[in-house]
Design a protein around this ligand. Structure first.
Ligand SMILES: Cc1ncc(C[n+]2csc(CCOP(=O)(O)OP(=O)(O)O)c2C)c(N)n1
Ligand code: SF4
Ligand SMILES: [Mg+2]
Length: 351
């Protein structure tokens, strides 16, 4: 059941994007997740974002840990590079791969158990180092794969399916990502594809550590009354700060806006994000204001979604380490190991 391949037949009339691929070319195997699982909607949003951005599938590396969420890279971008790592260890494997080959687009897919429990240290260091990646947490508040134990992101006072009340304080990965220096921080909802697709596109175009926490209900273990990660709860308490339109550097601008209706932020690659403010008092370029806005609204039980923070001029780990422009995996042996004389010179400079 786990490895059902999809038929490769494509209808001849399917629309191709600018690099000659149809949307089906961005799909993967048939999902074996529960029908209605939020994670499948996130896979669909990733497929749509990559197709619309004209990304060649072989330019993407998908990495994940362990969990239902971490299984999903098998269900999208079947022609991309993939690495299903150990539970909670995706960030360090992604960091290593990124350092070896800076030319791929790195997509880390994880769960709240994978990133907020066993992988919390790894999550923190990837964020603070500014690894150029899109890091997605498919957050359902439970360990879905191991049958529904509360995870570290479950809200205090929320109830399990069997009525047990969670007494622990929750850990908020968005707040942590903001504190740790991530330069693109968003929260989405798997049930709101119109919001999710531009959030993912903006993260792909971003040139630093991009983090998206996506509330993704687990229909098997955490979609009942009393859960704060259920479809009903999130729909009723969703407090979207903005609607964003993503415009790639090549797109022709066809829509016009009345002055003051949108705020436009241009990223380093020439793409731009246009924010239609839904909350007048929200400033997505102020990290600390974002944190206090979120804390205040979450204390009232609201789920704050949208692009919460963006540093359009962010740089990444390669800039910090001054690595070579040529990916390390393409340097020849003499460049990688320049010999004893070069080593002596380095040692001399440190004396
Ligand atoms: C080292 C290790 N410890 C524990 C497990 C058992 N385990 C597998 S998945 C999982 C939690 C997954 O939860 P989450 O990341 O939230 O993913 P979900 O299934 O909810 O999408 C655990 C504890 C494991 N596979 N490896
Ligand atoms: S157990 Fe939950 S998280 Fe796992 S596939 Fe089913 S609904 Fe999704
Ligand atoms: Mg989970």
């Amino acid at each position: 059941m786990t490895y059902l391949a999809k038929p490769r037949l494509h209808h001849p009339s399917l629309t191709e994007n600018k690099v000659g691929y149809t949307r089906r070319d961005y799909e993967g195997k048939i999902s074996t997740l529960c029908a209605g699982c939020g994670h499948d909607s996130i896979s669909a949003a990733i497929i749509q974002a990559c197709w619309e951005l004209d990304i060649e599938p072989h330019r993407v590396a998908k990495l994940s840990g362990i969990g239902c969420s971490s299984k999903t890279p098998d269900y999208f971008l079947g022609a991309s590079h993939g690495f299903n790592t150990v539970h909670g260890r995706m960030p360090s494997v992604l960091t290593g791969a990124n350092l070896a080959n800076r030319e791929l687009l790195y997509l880390g897919v994880s769960g709240d158990g994978d990133s907020a429990s066993i992988g919390l240290g790894q999550f923190a260091h990837a964020m603070r180092r500014g690894v150029n990646m899109v890091y997605i947490v498919e957050n359902n508040g439970v360990y879905g794969l191991t049958k529904g134990q509360f995870s570290a992101t479950a809200d205090q006072g929320s109830k399990s399916k069997k009525g047990v009340v969670n007494s622990d304080n929750p850990l908020d990965l968005v707040a942590l990502a903001l504190q740790l220096g991530a330069s693109y921080v968003a929260r989405g909802f798997s049930g709101d594809k119109a919001q999710l697709v531009p959030l993912i596109k903006g993260a792909i175009a971003h040139g630093g550590a991009a983090f998206i926490d996506i509330v993704s209900p687990c229909v098997a273990f955490n979609n009942h009354a009393g859960s704060t990660k259920s479809y009903d709860y999130v729909r009723e308490h969703n407090e979207a700060v903005s609607r964003i339109d993503f415009i790639s550097a090549r797109d022709e601008i066809t829509t016009s806006y009345a002055p003051g209706e949108v705020v436009e932020v241009v990223q380093h690659d020439g793409s731009s994000l246009r924010f239609r403010k839904l909350r007048e008092d929200y400033d997505p370029t102020d990290r600390y204001a974002a944190l206090s806005y979120m804390n205040a609204h979450q204390a009232r039980g609201e789920v704050v979604t949208g692009l919460l923070y963006l540093d359009p001029l962010a740089t990444d780990l390669h800039v910090a380490l001054n690595t070579s422009e040529t990916p390390l995996n393409r340097l020849d042996a003499s460049s990688l190991c320049p010999g004893a004389q070069a080593l002596d010179k380095v040692n001399q400079s440190l004396r």
